[in-house]
Ligand binder design. Structure first.
Ligand code: SF4
Length: 349
């Protein structure tokens, strides 16, 4: 078995054909910067940020519905902090709050149960945004609402699934050679689904952990496969990811949600890429996203090109000039998982 030092040396000296690897999730993007991975590998290996930031792909019309809700008498929007600065067609939730809107930041969806039980005269809506990693928690929230017979709390979902998004990229974008699969989502959905993807799209799909050594090893495996004309799924994060994933979490998701077409900010409708509350739970739905959603992209913002791996954040003309975390133009600069925000915090501007 090769040592990490040998692997690093080989990656640094790699002089084969150019390889473009998309890391799907923002946690990998952050770790790539934190560990200086780009400085350890050949410039012929490009690491491209992908679509794994749920806040970044939420349609502006969804934000508009939250803003509208927050401004109604006796209504309140409960949300994670990441959502506060994402612009709808006109306002962010921060701006709505400044105008007197009722918006509260929570750190856990289950906190919504306490808040709504304490304030029975207020109608609450929880902004449930996320991928498979957080969706089981929203399912638990519905369970708690039912168990406690809470009548003043509903959820407004913008829930996305990652495989249809990766399939979309494989079908429509020709510049990605391989995928570093999202670690956290893979814990839930399992590794076997990527075997089908590798076969179908003839690209390596490698699941890696988040430590620097994990990422280097995953990149090495991708380079090895491409150099040998292989295209397989390889699970290099077996301490957390099994072939079938987390069956309990998947069953919980399946109990309350079903697949539907959904709208991705800047991209449009991706078939089967959203999860909606099942018909029997529609009473808990306060206006979730659907393929009917629309989006207003701020002038000059290239978020869609960033999310699809066509450009790096630095290649957006507004990066670090008109657009920064303090004055974000697009959603990718706002969220802690957004590529532009991560690049801004780690690059010299
Ligand atoms: Fe959009 Fe700002 Fe990123 Fe440009 S730098 S793509 S404006 S979020």
């Amino acid at each position: 078995m090769k040592t990490l030092e040998t692997i690093k040396k080989e990656l640094k000296e790699y002089d084969g054909k150019n390889i473009r690897i998309m890391e799907v999730c923002g946690t990998h993007t952050s770790s790539i910067f934190k560990n200086g991975i780009r400085s350890l590998i050949s410039p012929r290996i490009k690491l491209i940020s992908g679509p794994g930031c749920p806040v970044c792909v939420t349609a502006s019309s969804y934000i508009d519905r939250l803003v509208e809700y927050s401004l109604k008498d006796n209504h309140c929007v409960l949300t994670f902090g990441d959502m506060m600065k994402v612009k709808g067609s006109e306002l962010t939730l921060t701006e709505s709050k400044a105008m007197g809107g009722n918006v509260k930041i929570l750190y856990s969806p289950l906190g919504a149960v306490k808040v709504s039980m304490k304030n029975p005269d207020t109608q609450f809506v929880f902004a449930a945004v996320g991928f498979e990693t957080t969706i089981p928690i929203y399912a638990l929230l519905i369970e708690e609402i039912i168990k406690n017979n809470i009548k003043n709390l509903r959820i407004m979902t913008s829930l996305k699934t990652i495989i249809p998004a990766i399939s979309y990229i494989c079908t429509n974008e020709k510049n990605i050679d391989a995928f570093l699969c999202p670690g956290h989502v893979s814990v839930i959905i399992g590794s076997s689904v990527y075997s089908e993807m590798a076969l179908k799209y003839r690209k390596p799909f490698v699941i890696g952990g988040f430590e620097g050594g994990h990422i280097i090893a995953a990149i090495y495996e991708i380079v090895r496969q491409i150099s040998n004309n292989e295209c397989n799924m390889k699970n290099m994060y077996q301490s957390a990811v099994t072939a079938e994933g987390n069956e309990k979490a998947k069953a919980l998701i399946d109990k309350y949600f079903e697949a539907a077409d959904d709208y991705w900010r800047g991209i449009g409708i991706i078939e089967g890429s959203g999860l909606k509350l099942r018909t029997e739970y529609k009473d808990f739905d306060a206006g979730s996203t659907s393929s009917e959603d629309v989006d207003v992209t701020p002038a000059g913002c290239k978020c869609a090109d960033v999310i699809l791996g066509r450009i790096t954040p630095q290649e957006c003309p507004l990066f670090g000039k008109a657009c920064s975390p303090l004055n974000a133009v697009g959603a990718c600069m706002v969220s802690s998982e957004g590529a532009c925000g991560i690049w801004y915090r780690n690059c010299e501007v």
